[in-house]
Structures are given as C-alpha cells and as structure tokens.
Design a protein around this ligand. Sequence first.
Ligand SMILES: Nc1c(NC[C@H](O)[C@H](O)[C@H](O)CO)[nH]c(=O)[nH]c1=O
Ligand SMILES: CC(=O)[C@@H](O)COP(=O)(O)O
Length: 160
Amino acid sequence: MATENKNLSHYDKTAIPSAKQFRFGIVVSEWNEQITGALCEGAKEALLDCGAIAGNIVKWDVPGSFELTFGAKKMIETQNVDAVIAIGSVIQGETKHFDFVCDATANGIKDLNVKYDVPVIFCVLTDNTLQQAIDRSGGKHGNKGTEAAIAAIKMAALGK
Ligand SMILES: Nc1c(NC[C@H](O)[C@H](O)[C@H](O)CO)[nH]c(=O)[nH]c1=O
Ligand SMILES: CC(=O)[C@@H](O)COP(=O)(O)O
C-alpha cells in the first residue's frame, strides 16, 4: 500500500500499550528543518498522547540524516532509552548524493537494530520533491513522525 492510500497520523489508542513506563530518544537531522521539525512535533505529540512522560523523552539534533546512525548509537549507549526515533528528510537534488545518503542511513539504522537490544525507528523521509515531504510531515498524507512514535511504543513493549 502506498502512503497515498494510508493516513500516517491515524492510530487506535486502544491497540497501543501505554508509553508511561518507557524512555524515548529522538535524534533529529537539521537538514530540511521545516520538515524534520514537523516530524519531531508529530512524534512528541503522539508519545505524550499515549502516556509518555515529557521528562522521559530525550531529543538531540544532528547535522544531517547521515549522522542519524551515530546519534542513535550514542543515544542508546548513554541515555538508558527503551526506543529511539531517528528523524530525517532527504530530498532529491541534482546528483546521486541522495542515493548514497538514503542508502547509508537506512543501512546504518538497520545495523543498529541488529547490534543493540533497543529498537531504532526509521523516520526518514526520502522524497523526490519538497512537496512530497510536506505532504508526509503533517500535510495531506498525515505525519510520519506520528507513525514512528506508535512504532516506537509497540517495539519498546515487545516481549515485555
Ligand atoms: N542533502 C541532504 C543531506 N545531506 C547531508 C548529509 O546527511 C550529511 O550531513 C553530510 O553528507 C555530512 O556527513 N542530509 C539530509 O538529511 N537531507 C538532505 O536532503
Ligand atoms: C540528498 C542530497 O544530498 C541532495 O539534496 C544534495 O543536493 P545535490 O545532489 O544537488 O548536491
């Protein structure tokens, strides 16, 4: 199912564990801050709506999506979190750099999920245009940050 057929902001609270007992890390890329800032707000709002305590949400900024892997690793190793949400917005430019940043970021975050016993949620938009990013960060398709927060809660609760 493509995003255009699914509202990223929709969730059923009755089907989601309480987030009250968990600590969350959020690592946010500064590139395309208009987008990543909106994704972060969507994630925070959903965490709080599902019972998370504000003092149990730790947020760090990193320069770009490529740095999300290191930021999430550092968050896991030092902040005693139950899940990390990695937030980025990569938008196609004139060159192949987009491909390398997206591939490295996706694989880096995947590798963290293998190495550590702390889930790292991939909240990285990889869009062809700014409008596509806007549509997925609080626009007509909802907010991927909301979706990522719900995934973080479910994964933090997995097996507990
Ligand atoms: N073009 C985008 C970037 N590029 C920067 C890289 O993520 C990285 O910070 C740099 O290569 C230094 O290591 N980052 C994004 O998040 N979004 C982009 O559209
Ligand atoms: C994703 C990127 O790194 C890209 O936005 C950079 O733009 P360009 O490919 O025009 O250098």
